[in-house]
Design a protein around this ligand. Structure first.
Ligand SMILES: [Zn+2]
Length: 235
């Protein structure tokens, strides 16, 4: 349904009331409508809420978020908190990422490689970098925290930076941590290890962290300020 310049998705459902919603990231508008309500009433309901819709849309426009990545030369990408310029080189041979001059991520892919596959190559590199750092951190921290884990891994998680399966003594770390300052990776890893002593985020848990990693709150706040980059997760 179109109202003035506004495109509204109308969904008819077996519900009691009209329900209007504006969705991130681009402020799309949807209205769920009971089966018996006709279009005129829907139109009137939407017009009555136009100021609210505009406000919500403006809110989403102002939200800081990572721009859509095209994986082309000149784009800015982060690794361990440092900003790099991407340089795309298309040539035959092996896909790879090379750090050049400490300022550039050279992404070498075969000619014609799709955006999604270029992103995969970069993500493989992120994963590899994490897998180099994590064993070193585990050596240090398993001893300090006085725990032993059975296994660990890196994966994409939509809502969490890390997780710990206490029963199986297994920890997962979010691939996105490769973009954040190294202190964040260390904090999440220590956090998950401490869960082997204390399941809940209670005072006892915080006591462990205060003693082991007194700066943990700084790293936590950095992660809080930088929401998970869902936009990147296109597949
Ligand atoms: Zn936790």
């Amino acid at each position: 349904m179109k109202i003035r310049d506004l495109e509204v998705q109308v969904v008819r459902k077996d519900i009691k009331n009209l329900h209007l919603s504006v969705h991130p990231p681009d402020g799309g508008v949807r209205i769920s409508v009971p089966l018996h309500v006709d279009d005129d009433r829907v139109r009137i309901a939407i017009i009555g809420r136009l100021p609210w819709i505009m406000k919500r849309q403006a809110h989403f426009r102002e939200q800081p978020r990572q721009s859509v990545r095209e994986m082309v030369t000149g784009e800015c990408h982060y690794a361990f908190g440092k900003r790099y310029r991407l340089e795309l080189v298309e040539k035959w041979g092996k896909h790879e990422v090379v750090v050049k001059n400490n300022t550039t991520l050279l992404l070498r892919v075969r000619p014609g490689t799709s955006t999604a596959n270029r992103l995969l190559v970069l993500n493989d590199w992120y994963r590899g970098e994490l897998k180099k750092k994590i064993p070193v951190l585990l050596d240090k921290w398993q001893e300090k925290v006085a725990v032993d884990i059975n296994s660990w891994g890196v994966k994409r998680m939509r809502t969490r930076w890390g997780s710990c399966n206490i029963l199986h003594k297994r920890i997962w770390l979010n691939l996105e941590l490769a973009k954040k300052p190294s202190e964040c990776l260390e904090y999440v890893l220590v956090h998950e290890l401490v869960h082997l002593h204390e399941r809940h985020h209670n005072d006892r848990f915080k006591g462990f962290l205060d003693r082991l990693l007194p700066t943990w709150r700084v790293a936590r706040d950095v992660l809080k300020r930088q929401p998970l980059a869902h936009e990147d997760w296109v597949y």
